[in-house]
Design a protein around this ligand. Structure first.
Ligand SMILES: NC(=O)c1ccc[n+]([C@@H]2O[C@H](COP(=O)([O-])OP(=O)(O)OC[C@H]3O[C@@H](n4cnc5c(N)ncnc54)[C@H](OP(=O)(O)O)[C@@H]3O)[C@@H](O)[C@H]2O)c1
Length: 255
């Protein structure tokens, strides 16, 4: 029977690339996010390429909506063996001193509590499959801090803590927990969301950087971890573009 993979935040960027890639690997993908139109286009594209996918409109900040995702998983045509907690993002780049409480609230709700809520809802199905994998898309921002990044790094550190804690708590059960920590990835919407639609500020993040990662690079990492034999648990995969040696050390042409 076809294994089922659930990808949250599948309407754009890393999530959409991951959904496409997992479908190409033979999973039936449940593509979840809030924007139904984007998901419908993605499912059409995957199906046209010979893959299998179902769109599930889901807001990871809502108990009711996530219960609907679990219900969709129960109706899916195979065992649920993979959950990719990818929905998330950053808002703002303000110092702690003056940061918006609302921005921090949003980052906690989506990245941290969204991961918790979706993981809790899908754990029984993942375990019942006999070999489940939970992927948490955190970030290098979950491993270190930077000025202006207080809210985002706090949220990503929390996701990293969830992954580590869960792995300890699930030890002995047929469940793996994989943390993916990308550095700089050029996706269409991440910067726009962070800078409230300011395209110039969003583009400046990547200015002069030769070959930042793209969504497909991260999807490749996720797919590789998920398709290792069940006894192989890749605890943490940190991936950055070659031009980014560290959060504070980025090579930019012309600077
Ligand atoms: N880009 C980077 O440099 C980078 C680096 C490291 C880690 N990451 C992490 O990778 C993940 C994906 O980032 P990305 O660059 O692909 O960003 P993106 O294109 O902005 O994607 C974010 C996704 O999250 C979904 N989302 C937001 N709020 C949601 C909610 N309440 N419920 C369900 N889905 C929600 C969005 O879909 P809807 O709006 O349709 O709901 C969208 O599909 C994030 O967790 C991000 O923190 C990104």
């Amino acid at each position: 029977m076809t294994s089922v993979a659930i990808v949250t935040g599948a309407s754009s960027g890393i999530g959409a690339a991951t959904a496409r890639r997992l479908a190409a690997e033979g999973f039936h993908v449940l593509a979840a996010a809030r924007r139904a139109d984007r998901l419908a286009d993605l499912v059409k594209e995957i199906t046209a390429a010979g893959g299998q996918a179902t769109a599930v409109t889901c807001d990871v900040t809502s108990d009711e909506s996530v219960a609907g995702l679990a219900e969709a998983a129960a109706q899916a045509p195979g065992p649920v063996t993979l959950l990719v907690n990818n929905a998330g993002g950053a808002r703002g780049l303000d110092p702690v001193e003056s940061a918006s409480i609302g921005d921090w609230q949003w980052m906690y709700d989506v990245n941290v509590l969204g991961t918790l809520r979706v993981t809790q809802a899908l754990l029984p199905a993942l375990e019942a499959s006999g070999g489940g994998t939970i992927v948490v898309v955190s970030s290098t921002a979950g491993l270190t801090v930077y000025e202006g990044g207080g809210g985002y790094t706090a949220a990503k550190h929390a996701q990293t803590a969830i992954a580590g804690t869960l792995r300890l708590e699930l030890c002995g059960r047929p469940l793996r927990v994989v943390e993916i920590d990308p550095g700089m990835v050029r996706t269409d919407e991440f910067g726009l969301v962070r800078f409230d639609g300011d395209a110039d500020r969003a583009a400046a993040v990547y200015a002069g950087v030769p070959d930042p990662l793209v969504a497909d690079d991260v999807a490749d990492c996720i797919a590789w971890c998920a398709t290792r034999p069940q006894h192989v648990n890749v605890d943490r995969l940190v991936v950055r573009p070659r031009a980014q040696a560290a959060q504070h050390k980025v090579h930019r042409i012309g600077s």
